[in-house]
Design a protein around this ligand. Sequence first.
Ligand code: HXC
Ligand code: NAP
Length: 299
Amino acid sequence: MDTSKLMFRDGLMKDERILITGGGTGLGKEMAEGFLKLGAEVHICGRRGGVCEETAAELIEKHGGKVVPHACDIRVAEAITDMNDEIWSKHGALTGLMNNAAGNFISRTEDLSIRGFDAISNIVFRGSFYMTHDIGKRWIDQKRKGSVCSILTTWVWNGGPFVVPSAMSKAAVNTMTQSLAVEWGRYGLRFNAIAPGPFPTKGAWARLSPDSGTSSMERSTANPMGRVGEMHELVNLAVLLMAPGAEYINGQTIAIDGGMYNASGGNFSALAAWSDEQWTAAREAIEGANAEDKAKRTV
Ligand code: HXC
Ligand code: NAP
């Protein structure tokens, strides 16, 4: 990311300590860089501990400051508690949580196995709740303020054909956002979400646009602005929601998609035209990407 495009003043986030799930790669890494640049202490977690360590070292070398990597599988509630115990005891209380980790792949729903459904919903639906619940309870017990922001998609409003487990799970996290904004607002906790349109990342493109061209994510041609998102645009919105200054924003899910959702629904409905051969090739490519990432997992 070109950090000169950050809209905010240096030091704005100097009193923030923020955990970004899935912060070792993609959008999570970009947000980690932005928060760090603005003075926050940043914690990142993922199953590939080595990837998080490399990201932390890279960002510290670039900007100085403190980025702490954690190997943690957010599908495992006890692992979340252990990581948060460590953060609280070694570093201090978090002030914010970005629920950014996710799993996804395009598939005809009739081709999905139960394990395939669980692979996605256990990360997005359960993992986001486990993390929010563990951290929210600490904030309530300790009478601290806190901010949670979840990275969703515009499918929470109109459904996600060919990504049904993701669409169902993200919609549930949208409902969590609205519900806890009201239930826990009285404790000084707030809950918001971002619904990005296409922002190219290796992880998403490998699983959502495996033919690297005609399909899915590349349909940014259907975008009113004729382009995909730029990372600083997403990061500026995340800062607005996580930094001090606009705390009255609570219970909102904000799209950042160039207007794509309004123009074209922003989902994968066009994949209804794919042939069996295209689905077979897509699955092989996705499973190759999955295997490559899995080989690097340390938890
Ligand atoms: C059908 C598939 C499949 C595919 C995997 N499966 N790929 N089924 N089509 N293309 C099935 C497998 O066959 C298996 O079921 C089951 O899913 C579990 O597979 P595992 O590889 O064992 O899963 P696991 O190790 O738990 O990995 C989870 C994962 C993987 C979700 C499958 O992709 C992952 O770790 N992803 C993390 C990164 C990621 O997805 N990033 C993209 C985020 S983008 P069987 O029954 O055969 O055993 C995003 C939205 C972007 O979220 C929005 C854009 C607008
Ligand atoms: P990505 O790079 O693949 O990011 C996903 C991250 O989640 C990875 O770092 C992964 O790390 C982590 N993760 C997955 N399962 C985990 C688990 N069980 N425990 C801990 N961490 C886990 O893809 P991305 O594009 O940046 O996606 C980031 C977020 O943006 C996701 O919520 C996605 O749905 C959302 N989003 C992306 C786009 C886009 O265009 N890129 C659009 C809309 C929404 P490990 O594999 O090491 O665990």
